[in-house]
Design a protein around this ligand. Structure first.
Ligand code: FAD
Length: 309
């Protein structure tokens, strides 16, 4: 049997690639599993990224990820565009399996990110980055003086909607029920905001627009009547699904599905296993914070390996 590697990284977004750059530069020769369908992470599906430092004029998401990938490769990271289907993290030597092969390592960094829940409507994918967004902090700036709709009824939907009133000429919060799930303080804040209108008992039937979002067709969940709402931006804030299923029973996972770490480190409940990025973070969820914690995970790994000798 071959010797276990120093580190395996599972995931290829800003977290995984940054961890790979740091680990490779520390001569740990990381093996990175990128995933087969969404290699490169969430930014592969977006257009312009304007808030990643170092790019004065912004950068296209896929270009940023291609450069991070190339930078990791330049320092000797080994990249495998395949899905990890099973892990065994119990022992000192950890096992990671794809559909066709088994790999071992003394440490593992979990960086599989988190998926945004989708509405499941026909034009949703096509218009992503063309009016449809899952992140107000990332994209709010593109909708100055425009009408914007936010879908959702929880705290994060209200937070997104309230934040977007800084840019939008009008923001509609679309909720399918009468009562909002959000906390009292958030509801009060929303209701006091003159630019924010809460539209209750509605679901989106259709997203309108050929090349960019031009509006939505709303269906009243009580009367079934439909009407058109003209908006240029549609922010979907109906929740997140951390990709942690693979790690259940192996590391501690919180009630929302995020991997728990011993902040401020990236150590999970299992020795030698570290986790970072959107798989852990339900608060910031930014490329730069993902990259930052990816770097931290590699540094934690390096320190842990040093204790093993
Ligand atoms: P991800 O980027 O989600 O990467 C994880 C990757 O790991 C997956 O994509 C997959 O390839 C891989 N993976 C998952 N499971 C497995 C497995 N079993 N085996 C192997 N590989 C696996 N943030 C900003 O700061 N600025 C922006 O402008 C911005 N715009 C955004 C636009 C969109 C449309 C979206 C969806 C997000 C945007 N974000 C933006 C948020 C940012 O993309 C995320 O915070 C960041 O990508 C999280 O990085 P991550 O590496 O933790 O996870």
């Amino acid at each position: 049997m071959t010797e276990p590697r120093d580190v395996i990284i599972i995931g290829s977004g800003p977290t995984g690639y940054t961890a790979a750059i740091y680990a490779a530069r520390a001569a740990l020769q990381p093996l990175v599993f990128e995933g087969s369908v969404t290699a490169g992470g969430a930014l592969i599906n977006t257009t312009e990224v304007e808030n990643f430092p170092g790019f004065r004029d912004g950068v296209m998401g896929p270009d940023l990820m291609a450069d991070m990938r190339a930078q990791a490769e330049r320092f000797g990271a080994e990249l495998v565009t395949d899905d990890v289907v099973e892990v065994d993290l119990d022992d000192d030597v950890k096992t990671v399996r794809t559909a066709t092969a088994t790999y071992t390592a003394r440490t593992v960094i979990l960086a599989t990110g988190s998926a945004y829940k989708k509405l499941g409507l026909p034009r949703e994918e096509e218009l992503s980055g063309r009016g449809i967004s899952w992140c107000a902090t990332c994209d709010g700036f593109f909708f100055r003086d425009k009408a914007i709709a936010v879908v959702g009824g929880g705290d994060s939907a209200i937070e997104e909607a309230t934040f977007l009133t800084r840019f939008g000429q009008k923001v509609y919060l679309l909720h399918r029920r009468d009562g909002l799930r959000a906390s009292k303080i958030m509801r009060e804040r929303a209701m006091a905001d003159p630019k924010l209108e809460i539209v209750r008992n509605v679901e989106i039937d259709e997203i309108l627009g050929e090349k960019a979002v031009e509006g939505v067709v709303l269906r009243d969940t009580v009367t079934a009547e439909t009407r058109q709402l003209d908006v240029s931006g549609l922010f979907i804030a109906i929740g997140h699904e951390p990709r942690s299923d693979l790690f259940r029973g192996q590391v501690d996972i919180d009630e929302s599905g995020y991997v728990r770490v011993a902040h401020p480190t990236t150590a999970t409940s299992r020795e030698g296993v570290f986790a970072a990025g959107d798989l852990v973070d339900h608060r910031y969820r930014q490329a730069i914070t993902a990259a930052g914690t990816g770097a931290a995970a590699a540094l934690d790994t390096e320190q842990h390996l040093a204790t093993l000798g």
